[in-house]
Design a protein around this ligand. Structure first.
Ligand code: GLA
Length: 403
């Protein structure tokens, strides 16, 4: 009996709390890809939208391109029952979450859900405080694959403790669940999140603008450039299984096509989760072309899992690099300014060094082929100077392969 107990204790200790970046098993080894309801629908969600979104992800090629999670954000909840079990809103989700998970799984996709560490979510629905183990068990019974866990109404709760409680609750179910920490970067979740979740929000909410800040009274939401600037210093914390999350994509939600392209490219350079936030059931071809760019997705999903860095910043022009598997590199020239700007890059004169990961591109010794990931055209090799013009709020994104 005693030896059985000891064996069980050892087995429990091995299920993950001690292994950074994991809940149960090896998860999110590349940044999670999928869709979430919040950016487009906010609280106006129902099971039909979720089902149609899953259908669309299969039909429009997103599933084939790697998008996997169909995530329901806030406002799916109804009341707790007499025993405290959470139930979905019977009007919005009359068939229940399990039926929805079955539907999504039958399409070869996975289902995500949302809760909050406080007693109430940001939208005022039932949160998980005091019900962590009960809720985790319920999600597991529903076959949920992903949990986004928010931070509204938490008073003076300690975030690392509150998130560790839910991680432990998820692990106790034995079901692998990607755990998304949504604490907005307030208490430097990058310092403790790697042992607790698979991704952590680094900022407040994104807003569908390229360069703006929106005052909501007690909080701000942020444009794409504002969020990009807030990622400074965080790359050391990201890696397979544990990612910085600069928030979900606003591609297709009102910015111009160049701005959407720049947003998507920079999220790929950041090795950010690629969670689409637009209405996938009605997706203009030029927006689909952005979300479906497999070369840019491959930069995001590169198996090294190294977050990119700014190599130079000059008058609204930024040049970013990201080391890729096999000695390749991604380079992205971002024009933040309001006018088109020329870029002239003399490879041999540049020292591209990633001190953190001990990688450098030695253009005087090694020649790389340069391929434009948006036009799909060859731009020659690193023996020649790169000369290009980048439109306002747009990017030039290339991949460098050794020849
Ligand atoms: C917070 C989160 C958002 C969204 C809403 C839902 O603001 O940061 O991403 O989940 O709550 O109410």
């Amino acid at each position: 009996m005693t030896s059985l107990l000891i064996a069980l204790l050892f087995a429990a200790a091995g299920t993950g709390a001690d292994r950074p970046g994991q809940t149960v098993g090896q998860m999110a080894l590349t940044p999670p890809m999928g869709w979430n309801s919040w950016n487009k629908f906010a609280c106006n969600i129902n099971e039909q939208i979720i089902r149609e979104t899953a259908d669309a992800m299969v039909a429009n090629g997103m599933k084939a391109a790697g998008y996997q999670y169909v995530n329901i954000d806030d406002c799916w909840q109804g009341e707790r029952d007499g025993q405290g079990f959470i139930r979905p809103d019977p009007k919005k989700f009359p068939s229940g979450v399990k039926a929805l998970a079955d539907y999504v799984h039958a399409k070869g996709l996975k289902l995500g859900i949302y809760s909050d560490a406080g007693a109430k979510t940001c939208g005022g629905h039932a949160g998980s405080r005091g019900h962590e183990y009960q809720d985790a068990q319920t999600y597991a019974q529903w076959n949920v694959d992903y949990l986004k866990y928010d931070w509204c109404n938490c008073g003076d709760l300690r975030p690392d403790g509150a998130y560790a409680t839910m991680r432990d609750a998820l692990q106790a179910t034995g079901r692998p669940v990607v755990f998304s920490i949504c604490e907005w970067g307030n208490s430097k979740p990058w310092e403790w999140g790697g042992k607790i979740g698979n991704l952590w929000r680094t900022t407040g909410d994104i807003h569908a603008c390229f360069d703006c800040k929106v005052d909501h009274g007690t909080w701000f939401s942020w444009g794409v450039m504002q969020i990009l600037d807030l990622q400074k210093g965080l790359r050391r914390y990201a890696g397979p299984g544990h990612w910085n999350d600069p928030d979900m994509l606003e591609v297709g939600n009102g910015m111009s096509i160049p701005e959407d392209r720049a947003h998507f490219s920079m999220w790929a350079m950041l090795a950010a989760p690629l969670i689409a936030g637009n209405d996938l059931r009605r997706i203009p071809p030029e927006v689909a072309a952005i979300l479906l760019n497999r070369d840019v997705i491959a930069v995001d999903q590169d198996k090294l899992g190294i977050q990119g860095f700014a190599h130079s910043v000059n008058e609204g022009m930024e040049i970013w690099f990201k080391p890729l598997d096999g000695g390749a590199w991604a380079m992205c020239v971002l024009n933040r300014s309001a006018r088109p700007q020329k870029v002239q890059f003399e490879w041999k004169k540049e020292l591209v060094v990633d001190d953190l990961h001990k990688r450098e591109a030695r253009f005087e010794k090694v020649t790389y082929a340069v391929r434009d990931l948006w036009t799909k055209k060859s731009l020659g090799t690193t023996k020649e100077t790169l000369n290009a013009e980048v439109a306002s709020h747009d990017v030039l994104m290339v991949r460098l392969e050794k020849i």
